[in-house]
Ligand binder design. Structure first.
Ligand code: LFR
Length: 475
């Protein structure tokens, strides 16, 4: 049995978890939780990397203190796509936030050189206006830089001095060849990006190296090794889904709802491209064939707005009121790009309703219900599309991440899918991070299924059965 520390940075909060892994043991203890508050400067919306790094260090110190023995390793995961640029080992500016509206400036530039259909055939990636490739194409710092590191790689580099590109997350840049999982050097050339930005690729499970001596003393340890895991949080979350059948779909539901299936190879058809499905890299060479649904961001940003306007009931109270709503509420298109940037979500929902000749939600409870119904409808459509596009027939949907705690959302998802929903584990991402570290340390052996058996035996899911007569969605 070993103890490891997982740093999991989410778009709205981060956490550090002490994990205990053995052949029949998998336990997590959260030792730190901290907000992730973006900062707006003159040039746009940024992540507060300094604050996140400081909080990660405090958390690692707490993990080391709480661990009964020395930590076998530590590893970092976070959201995808966003990056820092370095020159001679110095970070050039704070990373931008993918919700910064100017991030999309490079889309046209890239598509003028490499049309989207060709791009999809090479990188297998769904179109998101903030994919790294588009951000880089319009980033003036690129010409000064000699290295590009995505956020978790950047944190690991600060801890160890080792700067490499972990593959699951690199697969979200748009610059990785979906077939070979190597940097697409020809594409990089055609886009006029400096080749040297894209360095050594490593797989989840690789050892990066020990933390720098001054970090070790700050953490109160004599030595701590940092590993690469599936540093893309969604890839770690998919490791933590107790998936055992090729008839199972998953929804990794947090800020985003990532809806899809796990495959052995990519699906690069026109239909998959038009449905905006992505082929992101998973652990052990698996493919995460999924699409991004707007997710709980819609709800949290709505509640943030109400709080700014002078207080609001707790999330629990709002969800209870939403569950009691009996009248009709609008089902709006959560994928409308107007919902991507921060701002007044109820006003945007009302504007969408006005444009589509439907009545907007009447009050707060109806707004929450409308958001959850609309998310559930989008989840159901995406599950059906994932099945259709991959040629599978799906008979169960796993919901993992924070959304698994939202019983109303899980029930509505079961209703609209017409399929049972198995909710949990809530902490799938941290579990995936810890499991891959545990495997590297030899505390658990085998393939992904062996890791998932450990999840299944230690974390009982909650089952939601579709209610008769409820609204089913077809693709
Ligand atoms: C979820 C996630 C998604 C990615 C989005 C932006 O946290 O990592 O997978 O598309 O954030 O990076």
């Amino acid at each position: 049995m070993v103890h490891v520390a997982a740093v999991d940075l989410g778009a709205s909060s981060g956490r550090v978890v002490l994990g205990e892994v053995g052949p029949d043991r998998l336990r997590l203890q959260q030792v730190a939780r901290f907000p992730n508050d973006p900062v707006r400067t003159d040039d746009g919306l940024h992540w507060d990397l300094e604050a996140l790094y400081a909080a990660a260090l405090d958390g690692l110190r707490a993990a080391a203190a709480a661990s009964p023995g020395p930590l076998a390793s530590a590893a970092v995961d976070s959201w995808a796509v966003d990056y820092g640029l370095l020159r001679h080992g110095e970070l050039l500016g704070q990373p931008f936030h993918y919700r910064d509206e100017a991030r999309a400036a490079g889309v046209e530039v890239v598509h003028a050189t490499v049309p989207h259909a060709e791009l999809y055939g090479r990188n297998g990636l769904q179109f998101l206006p903030f994919n790294t490739v588009y951000q880089l194409a319009a980033d003036p710092l690129v010409e000064k830089a000699d290295q590009m590191l995505l956020v978790p790689d950047l944190v690991a580099w600060r801890l160890t001095g080792v700067g490499v590109n972990e593959r699951t997350n690199a697969s979200t840049t748009g610059l990785l060849d979906v077939r070979t999982r190597q940097w697409d050097r020809d594409l990089i050339d055609r886009l006029g990006l400096p080749q040297e930005l894209f360095g050594e690729l490593v797989d989840a499970g690789a050892t990066l190296g020990p933390v720098r001596p001054e970090i070790a003393s700050r953490l109160g340890v004599s030595r701590l090794v940092v590993n690469a895991v599936a540093t893309h949080d969604t890839a770690s979350a998919v490791v933590g889904v107790p998936l055992f059948s090729d008839r199972a779909a998953y929804i990794s539901c947090g800020t985003w709802g990532l809806v899809g299936v796990e495959l052995d190879g990519p699906v690069l058809t026109d239909a998959a491209r038009e449905a905006n499905f992505t082929n992101e890299g998973g652990v052990d060479g698996r493919v995460r064939f999924l699409t991004n649904v707007m997710g709980l961001w819609l709800l949290s940003e709505t509640i943030r707005g109400w709080e700014r306007a002078g207080g609001t009931p707790s999330l629990e109270a709002l969800l209870a009121e939403a569950a009691d709503v009996t009248g009709p509420v609008p089902v709006f298109d959560v994928q409308d790009p107007r919902f991507l940037p921060p701002g007044d979500m109820p006003a945007r929902i009302a504007a969408w309703c006005a444009e589509h000749d439907v009545l907007p939600p009447a009050d707060r409870a109806a707004t929450v219900r409308s958001i959850l119904e609309s998310l559930a409808a989008a989840f159901a459509t995406s599950v059906a599309r994932a099945a259709e596009l991959s040629g599978r027939s799906v008979d169960v949907v796993h919901v993992v991440g924070g959304g698994a705690l939202n019983a109303l959302l899980c029930q509505l998802t079961a209703d609209r899918c017409g399929l049972p929903v198995l909710a949990g584990p809530v902490e799938a991402t941290a579990l995936g991070n810890v499991l891959v570290q545990g495997r590297s340390a030899g505390a658990v052996t085998g393939d992904l299924e062996a890791l998932r058996r450990l999840v299944a035996t230690t974390h009982q899911p909650r089952r939601f059965t579709p209610r008769p007569g409820s609204a089913r969605v077809s693709p």
